[in-house]
Design a protein. Sequence first.
Length: 437
Amino acid sequence: ISRNPGELEFHQAVREVFDSLPRVLSRHPQYVEASILERICEPERQIIFRVPWTDDEGNVHINRGFRVQYNSALGPYKGGLRFHPSVLLGTVKFLGFEQIFKNALTGLPIGGGKGGSDFDPKGRSDAEIMRFCQSFMTEAYRHLGDRVDVPAGDIGVGGREIGYLFGQYKRITNRYESGVLTGKGISWGGSLVRTEATGYGTVFFTQHMLATRGRSFDGAKVLVSGSGNVAIYAIEKVTELGGTVVGASDSSGSIYDPDGIDLQLLREIKEVRRGRISEYAQERDRAEYIGGAPVWAVAEKTPVDVALPCATQNELDEQDAARLIAAGVQAVAEGANMPTTPEAIRALRDAGVLFGPGKAANAGGVATSALEMQQNATRDSWSFEYTEQRLAEIMENIHTRCAETAEEYGVPGDYVSGANIAGFTQVADAMIAQGVI
Ligand code: NDP
């Protein structure tokens, strides 16, 4: 803590992993002897840079760019870029630290990294977004490469931004290096299912958790927070599996739709118009807008079987957990990174609610990014069905690995410990094999 002052989210992420490790360290003293805990907390490299750009009126703006190359024991650094005004070094470090273990859980050869900027894309024109992305890449390109570091999207970075970033990388390097970024457009090196992967994967993981109690999504009432990339495709898959999503949100407020979210309308508002979720309630008969409240407030109006936080960190607190428990929630799985506070996780688990941590439950996005890299490396492109099948298998394997590891270490049903221990031991073993570097 004294070495990384003020990086509260980073401290929270490290504490959560370390809390799972006492049993591992007593069983495997080699990790202590090789100082793995000290080494794994320290990024291999962190890059902070100036991103100057000009808005449509000719005003110059200066933002800060970050790339934290955290751990390359298992493969090239891999992790998204976040463009949001709240981004600080500590935010990128928390996300990068989580990414190390998540990527290990996918079973694919990818190390952990993360990046982004405190740039706020809201309300900016396409031309402004393009100039920002070009300026960001003008510095970032020298640190990237398909065998070095492969960024992807995250909050505020979707297909449009990846396109501008890729274009600038290609222009500076004079190389058509498809595998340097993932989340590309389908016609120029992207993978089918990548857009859907995180949301779908979270739902697949939850399906396996529910199955351990003989339950399923069929007939379930579900709350999903957010209405961005992860949320939209989580809603789509839940609906496909027979569930009804009765609430969603954005950073301004939430909607309650007792008839189930009309995904076409939601996508039109969020993806095409880039509008606010309040517009949904204006255009849908029985839907209600609850301004300024998290979607978990909807649990006061209706029973809830499953909750999928898919927006941002620390968005589901102890009070929200109490609301969900009172509404009868059976399972909570994190589509977002660290959306549930430690106190809320404790409350949910004490109440016997199945809890899937983000490292495991939202790993489908990065896993499909790694599948995109595989397709780029072999200059191939796979069908939607085949790629979705691979995603489904990966999510099933992650679920099995977390469940078996939890069992092996004497905490059956504890997916948090299972995910942390399985990811940690794999990375730690590789670090020991590769020497003190
Ligand atoms: P998007 O930018 O597409 O969407 C984020 C959504 O969350 C928006 O609807 C945003 O609303 C909403 N939001 C932000 N802050 C809050 C808040 N405090 N309360 C309620 N809603 C809020 O991002 P993604 O969907 O890509 O990412 C969401 C989460 O999933 C992040 O934690 C990310 O790290 C994680 N993740 C994403 C992956 C991916 O493949 N995209 C992979 C793995 C994890 P508004 O429009 O008002 O800002």
